[in-house]
Design a protein around this ligand. Sequence first.
Ligand SMILES: *Cc1c(COP(=O)(O)O)cnc(C)c1O
Length: 399
Amino acid sequence: MSPAAVADWVEREHDLILPTYPQRTIAFSRGSGTVLVDVDGREYLDFLTGLAVTALGHAHPAVTAAVSQQAARLVHTSNLYVTVPMLDLAQRLRAITGWADSKAFFCQDGATANEAALKLARRHGKKQHPGKVRVVTLEGSFHGRTFATLEATGQSARHAPFEPLLGFVDTVPHDDPAAMTAAVTDDHCAVLLEVVQGEGGVRPVPTAVLDAARVACDEHGALLIVDEVQTGIGRTGEWFAHQHAPVLPDVISVAKALANGLPIGAILARGEATRALEPGDHATTFGGNPVTCAAALATLDVIASEGVLDNVREREAQLRKIAGSIDGIGGVRGMGLLLGLELDEPLARVIADSCCDAGLLVNAVAPDVLRIAPPLTVSAAECEQAMEIVADAVEQGRP
Ligand SMILES: *Cc1c(COP(=O)(O)O)cnc(C)c1O
């Protein structure tokens, strides 16, 4: 397509699409591995993976084959009937959590997974006493955009345009174990948190806060829900970020990378939490869809069988080493291939834009933090190339 055609495309979006996103100026038409190609044929290194989604890179052949085969066989039945890919996926998720008694609920994305986890927790709480409905979350968290998950998101600027919200959330700082301990009472049915806050600036939550949440939940009969939507499925170098801590949640939510780009979400519960919901309590028409479940199974197979988690750890070490030697980058935070480059100046947006101009996709998650989240399969050479572009952009951006 010619540049004129791209301009048409910008016009058409303006005409046809509700303006919930800032103006977009790139239209991609295809991708392979770490590389995305726009409608003009220009190539970009994708170090953002659609926000930590395409973990195996674009158009991974194993996922493409699984989707094609399943689409040719059966696409949808509703939850009036069971389908086998959903059962196989639940079995695989049980294996990678290591929870012998895990049970799954499948849905469409991260917000609907957290919504399901919150409803499960409320049901669990109300079975103990009717006022056990409150939830503790962390400042700077991100859990989704539905009303309940928006309220659980600890960023008040996002709340303001939609108030009044539901009023069931108490928020504490992300790094204060004593505040966590003090916040949880007998009226709380859950604590909901991320191990590394992704949208909140790639901020790791201290292990002491995770431990305090676990102890407080046990003391007050509340459930610990860990949101693994961004950190799960190998992103941090383990299957799940909570496995690094380690802390044992009652429920986890997963989504983003689970089906390498097809829309899917899931919660996994263990122990008492598996007995909270009853038939009729919760449902969704597309949950457990055979095609997305087949894509997820293929994704998990590749991660398990091709040394992908080892690659995450090796590339993390490489990226940390190179980034640490760039003037203008004061530090690197995060885990695995979810890293935040801490800039000396609050120029993350400008630097992300110049990286894009130079053919590298990254984004600003805070005024002074660049997020990099390449495919888990990224090569050493691609990491070197990307960090050269970042180094140039930081150099140009310096006052
Ligand atoms: C992206 C994200 C969500 C929301 O997921 P959607 O698929 O956009 O609804 C929830 N929690 C975390 C930690 C996320 O990163």
